[in-house]
Design a protein around this ligand. Structure first.
Ligand code: UD1
Length: 344
């Protein structure tokens, strides 16, 4: 079955392409490289030992989407492509609303026109804000978004839900990702942040590689065992596999108008300092870090309750925090090897 993967050259998208092929699907990638790099496609070819079907284009462009839907006889869509930088979204809200909402609406319209019913959507635990009770279940109420980026996830979930409920011939699943980390164990694909990373793990690996001077831990006066924030760090390969399970679940639903949401995390929370300690241990190095002030907008602690995704999808996280941090570091090192070979 041919599956359109929007943003398939990106971090989570590229890992999902690998797992789709492993599961017997044929991924069709569309990506405009706005926050990804062509080299991800080379990595995919090496891992898969075959070519991948790729369209360079924008999923806000009706003609591009029409051409792909016309040609490819799709059996489903996984929609990753979106802007995702929280700070940038505060500075450029219209860019975020225009891009993230338009692409989702256009995809839904195009899917309906071509009779493609199955959609998996990339959502985020950001929709929960700081929940009152932990762990968060899918029934935990969403809170008003802290940023335009977060709001686009909430709104897109609702747009998809309402479309499915309208009686359209559609089935959809929104996956609420917790904090994706790591890289493919081959070291051939991974996260490629443009500019200074805002996420913790790429900042750590770039610091360990000497690109950044030190990691600042954003606050150690939170109400947690060591005072630093708690997150649920999920290995990107595990997360990628959840998309395959979501497609299978959609396929098994007889009824149109099926819509559901799933938390995708490990069910375990770790503090920033625990993560740094694990990074140092598994990679046998010392990281230069210091404690700084809190980052505005950070939630204190969040981790997932994963019973639903375990029971309904038959998916569970298999890789550990240590696996993720080992793989992230291997990827960072490979990047520098590659760059020094190219420039040398
Ligand atoms: C962030 C976004 C979230 C988005 C996700 C995408 C915010 C408030 N949230 O999640 O909406 O879905 O990225 O991946 O931006 N930390 C440091 N030092 C650093 C970087 C991070 O101490 O240099 C800490 C943060 O305070 C946080 C943890 O590390 O406690 C994880 O941060 P990050 O990787 O940025 O993810 P989130 O903030 O959880």
């Amino acid at each position: 079955m041919r599956i359109l993967v929007t943003g398939g050259a990106g971090f989570i998208g590229s890992h999902t392409v690998v797992e789709l092929v492993n599961a017997g699907y044929e991924p069709i990638i569309i990506d405009n490289f706005s926050n990804s790099d062509r080299s991800a496609l080379d990595g995919l070819r090496q891992i898969l030992n075959r070519d991948v079907i790729f369209y360079q284009g924008d999923c806000n462009d009706p003609e591009t989407l029409n051409a792909i839907f016309e040609k490819e006889s799709l059996g489903g869509v996984i929609h990753f492509a979106a802007h995702k930088a929280v700070g940038e979204s505060v500075a450029k809200p219209l860019m975020y609303y225009r891009n993230n909402l338009d692409s989702t609406i256009l995809l839904l319209e195009t899917m309906q026109r071509y009779g493609v019913s199955n959609l998996v959507f990339s959502s985020s635990c950001t929709v929960y804000g700081q929940p009152e009770q932990l762990p968060v279940t899918e029934a935990t109420p969403r809170l008003p978004a802290q940023s335009p980026y977060g709001n686009t996830k909430t709104i897109c979930e609702d747009i998809i839900r309402d479309t499915v409920r309208s009686g359209a011939a559609m089935k959809a699943i929104a996956l609420r990702y917790f904090n994706p980390i790591g890289a493919h164990p081959s070291g051939l694909i991974g996260e490629l942040p443009l500019g200074v990373p805002s996420n913790l793990v790429p900042f750590i690996t770039q610091t360990a590689a000497g690109l950044r001077e030190k990691v600042t831990v954003f606050g150690n006066d939170y109400d947690t065992p060591d005072g630093t924030c708690i997150r649920d760090y999920i290995h990107v390969v595990d997360l990628a596999k959840a998309h395959v399970q979501a497609l299978r679940l959609l396929d098994s639903q007889e009824e149109n108008s099926y819509y559901d949401i799933f938390n995708v995390g490990t069910g375990q929370g770790n503090t920033v300092l625990e993560l740094i300690k694990t990074f140092e241990e598994v990679n046998q190095l010392k990281l230069n870090y210091s404690i700084g002030p809190r980052r505005p907008g950070d939630v204190e602690k969040i981790y997932a309750q994963v019973d639903k995704v375990n029971n309904v999808m038959g998916w569970r996280a298999e890789k550990s925090l240590a696996d993720g941090l080992r793989d992230a570091w291997r990827w960072e090192q490979n990047l520098h090897l590659k760059n020094s070979t190219v420039s040398g």
